[in-house]
Design a protein around this ligand. Structure first.
Ligand SMILES: NC(=O)c1ccc[n+]([C@@H]2O[C@H](COP(=O)([O-])OP(=O)(O)OC[C@H]3O[C@@H](n4cnc5c(N)ncnc54)[C@H](OP(=O)(O)O)[C@@H]3O)[C@@H](O)[C@H]2O)c1
Length: 213
C-alpha cells in the first residue's frame, strides 16, 4: 500500500521504516520537507518526503504522528486530502509542563479525547487510534516475553479498523478493538501509565497485554 506519514519525529521515522520493511511505499510529511531529505535518500526507492498535504494526498492510509498540541491544526490543514481515508492517529494530548511523580500532564479531561477533537474537525476522515500506548522503540516487532503485546484501537469506521488491524498484525501486534471514537478517552491515558515506570525508574521496555478468559 501507499502510506503517508505526517511527522518528522521519531514516531514517524520508526513507523515509516517499519512499513517500508513490510513492502509498503511511504511518503513522510513535515512543514519543512527539507529536513526529511536525508531520511528519504537513505530509505530506498519506495520512500520519499513532502509537505503534510503531499503526504496526506499520497497515502491510501495516512498516519498522524505530530505533537499532540498541534494535532488538530495539522489534520485540519490536510482535511481535503484526508477525506475518505483511513487515518491512524498515534498522537497523545500531552500538555506543556513537567511530570508529577512520573505522571505526565494531559490537556484533555476524562470525558474528552484528542482523537474525538481531531475527528470533529476532519469528519470525512476515518480515524483509528493506534500506537499511542507504547514507546516508539517497541512499535515495530515488539520483542517482549509473553508473546505479542496488545494494541488497543478504536474509531467509528469498521472498514478503517480492519485496515489498521492488518497493518498492526504485520508489525507484530495483537489487537483489542475497544469500539467507537469515545474509547480514545480510555486508550489515550494508557500513555500516562506506560510512561510511569520510565519516568520513575528509567524502565522503558514494556507494553500492555490483555488477558482474555
Ligand atoms: N515518542 C514516542 O515514543 C511516542 C509514543 C506513542 C505516541 N507518541 C505520540 O506520537 C506523536 C509524535 O511524537 P514524536 O515523538 O514522533 O514527535 P513530536 O515531537 O511529538 O512531533 C513531531 C512532529 O510534530 C509536528 N509539529 C510540532 N509542532 C507543530 C505545529 N505547531 N504545527 C504543526 N506541526 C507541528 C512537527 O512538524 P515539523 O515536521 O514541521 O517539524 C513534527 O512532524 C505525539 O503526539 C506523541 O505524543 C509518541
Amino acid at each position: 500500500m501507499r502510506i503517508g506519514v505526517l511527522g518528522s519525529g521519531v514516531v514517524g521515522m520508526v513507523l515509516a521504516d517499519g512499513f517500508l520493511k513490510k513492502g509498503h511505499e511511504v511518503m513522510r510529511g513535515s512543514r519543512e520537507p527539507a529536513k526529511l531529505q536525508a531520511w528519504a535518500a537513505g530509505a530506498g526507492a519506495t520512500a520519499c518526503a513532502g509537505t503534510f498535504v503531499d503526504a496526506a494526498g499520497f497515502g491510501e492510509i495516512v498516519v498522524l504522528a505530530v505533537k499532540g498540541t498541534a494535532a488538530v491544526a495539522a489534520a485540519e490543514s490536510c482535511a481535503g486530502a484526508l477525506a475518505g481515508k483511513t487515518v491512524i492517529d498515534t498522537t497523545n494530548p500531552i500538555a506543556e509542563g513537567p511530570p508529577v511523580n512520573g505522571v505526565i500532564p494531559f490537556f484533555t479531561g476524562p470525558n474528552d479525547s484528542l482523537l474525538e477533537r481531531i475527528q470533529a474537525k476532519v469528519p470525512a476522515a476515518r480515524l483509528v487510534k493506534a500506537f499511542s500506548c507504547v514507546g516508539n522503540p517497541l512499535m515495530v516487532n515488539p520483542d517482549l516475553p509473553g508473546g505479542p503485546p496488545t494494541m488497543f484501537i478504536c474509531g467509528n469506521d469498521e472498514g478503517a479498523k480492519r485496515q489498521v488491524a492488518a497493518l498492526l498484525e504485520q508489525l507484530g501486534w495483537e489487537l483489542a478493538d475497544m469500539g467507537a471514537a469515545e474509547a480514545a478517552r480510555a486508550i489515550e491515558p494508557l500513555c500516562m501509565l506506560w510512561c510511569i515506570p520510565g519516568l520513575r525508574e528509567n524502565r522503558w521496555r514494556h507494553a500492555f497485554k490483555l488477558l482474555r478468559g
